[in-house]
Design a binder for this molecule. Structure first.
Ligand SMILES: Cc1cc2nc3c(=O)[nH]c(=O)nc-3n(C[C@H](O)[C@H](O)[C@H](O)COP(=O)(O)OP(=O)(O)OC[C@H]3O[C@@H](n4cnc5c(N)ncnc54)[C@H](O)[C@@H]3O)c2cc1C
Length: 338
């Protein structure tokens, strides 16, 4: 857990426990649905919202939307590196025509946006989130191919890394399939479909799903994530979002099983925007949010197994590799070898 002596030089202007006013929106968001509250305000004022979506091959990329009906595409944390593509350029064009722009991304993506734009814009709301780190796209595709696509009978309809069917705190990795359409597996080779993965959706808890297990054990984050230069509010973002972990202990009366976000106001521009946005929020002490969320200021440590993971990636099955990684890391911890 982070200690207060690790406090970043920059501390936010204010900090809130916050959530969207609708339970439905909370349930389809990773934490309290604050992103949706910000996005609704911007879209209702003829603005444009940038965030991360899936493409048809379930890669993650940045895109913009102009209508509330498209918000589902951007909602929810996707634990894969998102390709920025042309979105910095597109955001700049919208900003230059005076349209309001909400740009959401990892702290390094927001830092990149700020460097690209080279100047401040009154019509930009740059929002990052507390970031554990982003997994490699190549690893994500290996997982999908070996553990999902090869085994399911029906095409994937939707993927959620943070489904709240159990709860916000005990989230589930969910793959919904479209059982009205068949895949090749179903048509040509039914032996490839094990009985435990039939035409039903896949729902695996955080500790059962191999991709999430490898993610939380830091086995395949991007190399720069282990020494992130954009921790501690140094990205230039106006607002930082996070899960309000530990709220049960720090502010039990504000706990909500459907999810609570932590929102920090980092600039006076954010303060002005926030005054106009319809959102349920209660001011709290930043130190209380930080206590249970070390990723605000610390990068995770690179586990020794990471280099073997990538060396063995083309030789060993994904599930087995994650298991090796967990066992290897645990052994080193027990033997106190760093
Ligand atoms: C890779 C990753 C790591 C995270 N690590 C932590 C952590 O350690 N601690 C913590 O408290 N919170 C972490 N978060 C943030 C948290 O999961 C929520 O995204 C945040 O609290 C906002 O939730 P929400 O309910 O307001 O919005 P949501 O509806 O969940 O919206 C999430 C927003 O993030 C954007 N987004 C989603 N995936 C990506 C991506 N891969 N790259 C860039 N932008 C993306 C979406 O477009 C959307 O704008 C992480 C998020 C991601 C994507």
């Amino acid at each position: 857990m982070s200690q207060l002596h690790n406090l970043p030089l920059k501390i936010p202007l204010s900090c809130y426990a916050a959530k969207h006013r609708s339970k439905q929106v909370q349930l389809k968001s990773s934490s309290g649905g604050v992103f949706s509250s910000l996005a609704e305000y911007v879209l209702n004022n003829n603005g444009v919202v940038f965030g991360a979506a899936f493409d048809k091959n379930w890669n993650v990329f940045h895109k913009y939307i102009e209508h509330i009906e498209q918000l589902d595409e951007l909602r929810m944390s996707k634990y894969v590196q998102s390709t920025i593509g042309n979105s910095y350029k597109e955001a700049q064009s919208f900003l230059q025509t005076n349209r309001m722009v909400l740009f959401v991304g990892t702290p390094c993506q927001i830092h990149g946006l700020k460097l690209f734009l080279k100047k401040d814009y009154k019509n930009l709301l740059a929002v990052d989130f507390v970031c554990h780190g982003v997994p490699s796209k190549k690893v994500w595709q290996k997982y999908l191919k070996e553990c999902i696509i090869r085994k399911i009978k029906f095409p994937i309809q939707n993927i959620q890394f943070r489904n709240k069917r159990l709860s916000w705190e005990t989230y589930t990795f969910t793959i919904q399939v479209d059982s009205t359409k068949s895949t090749k597996n179903n048509k040509n080779n039914s032996s490839l479909t094990p009985s435990n993965v039939s035409n039903e959706d896949i729902n695996e808890t955080l500790h059962k799903n191999p991709f999430l297990r490898g993610f939380i054990h830091d086995l395949y984050l991007r190399p720069s994530c282990y020494t992130c230069k954009n921790k501690g509010f140094s990205s230039g973002s106006d607002i930082t979002l996070a899960d309000f972990w530990g709220i049960k202990e720090t502010y039990p009366h504000l706990f909500d099983k459907n999810g609570v976000s932590c929102l920090t106001v980092n600039t006076s521009q954010a303060k002005e925007y926030l005054a106009q946005i319809d959102i349920e929020k209660n001011q709290v002490k930043f130190e209380d949010a930080l206590r249970f969320n070390p990723s605000f200021i610390n990068s995770v440590k690179c586990p020794p197994f990471r280099k073997y993971f990538f060396k063995l990636m083309n030789k060993i099955e994904f599930k087995l590799l994650v298991l090796f990684g967990q066992v290897y890391n645990k052994m080193l911890r027990i033997l106190k070898i760093d």
